[in-house]
Write a protein that binds this ligand. Structure first.
Ligand code: MG
Length: 243
């Protein structure tokens, strides 16, 4: 009797392990195998990224009218030259992971929206604001990391002027029906210096300085545009992973 009392728990234990293995067999997936990507260090590109600027030249960029860029290339960075206009990537993108680094001028000039203002316009029409918001109050739906005039950032993660800052942006492009009406809006997630500032928010339409955003149909892929807001903001390490 004593022996039976010892054997029964052992059998139950073994059956338990077999059941676990059987269950794992049903739920383990071995395909599709994710591609191998060699990661960067958070600022340098991973092996499958499209590099749009690595500090050596501005060949991947042009003015929206196709003319050469008017910005200056210096010390591995490209910097806005006042009133030469925005620049945009020659290549167009839809859904993507975008990394870029920017730096507001070390010398503080102006205040509110006139201090270290630029912007990254996803698909050349949806602006993620770039602004020196380090101890620089402004309207909150236009501060650093805002989807300009649409979404206030969750926090202010600004570094002091003159320091390099990072944006990591996950973007899903809007889709349009054949008649030009909206099928599904765009969404965006933004990390500023590694801190989440936009959590999968819905883009309401094209960025407007005045008035409400409005969707107008456009091709699935469009260029990335960097704004000239008359302040010498610099950029470096720009790369994209298409999704
Ligand atoms: Mg701006």
């Amino acid at each position: 009797m004593k022996k039976i009392l010892m054997i029964v728990p052992a059998i139950l234990f073994c059956l338990g392990i077999m059941a676990q293995e059987w269950h794992a067999d049903l739920t383990d997936k071995w395909e599709p195998v994710p591609p191998i990507v060699t990661p960067g260090n958070g600022t340098t590109p991973p092996s499958d990224a499209i590099v749009l600027f690595d500090g050596t030249d501005m060949d991947q960029w042009e003015k929206p009218n196709g003319e050469p860029v008017g910005w200056k290339l210096e010390d591995g960075a490209m910097t806005v030259v006042k009133e030469t206009g925005a620049i945009q990537s020659k290549q167009s993108f839809g859904d993507m992971q975008l990394h870029l680094e920017w730096r507001a001028p070390a010398e503080v000039v102006g205040e509110s929206q006139d201090r270290g203002n630029s912007g990254v316009y996803i698909q050349n029409r949806y602006e993620i604001q770039i602004l020196d918001c380090y101890e620089n109050p402004t309207y909150v739906n236009g501060q650093t990391g805002s989807v300009y005039k649409q979404h206030i950032p969750l926090v202010n993660a600004c570094r002091p002027p003159g320091k390099w800052q990072m944006y990591d942006i996950i973007y899903v492009a809007p889709r349009f029906k054949e008649d030009g009406s909206l099928f599904s809006p765009g969404t965006v997630t933004v990390l500023h210096n590694g801190v989440l500032v936009q959590n999968h928010v819905t883009i309401q339409g094209t960025t407007e300085n005045v008035g409400l955003p409005l969707y107008k149909a456009h091709p699935l892929k469009q260029p990335i545009l960097l704004q000239d807001h008359s302040n010498p903001v610099s950029f470096r390490n720009i790369w994209v992973r298409e999704l």
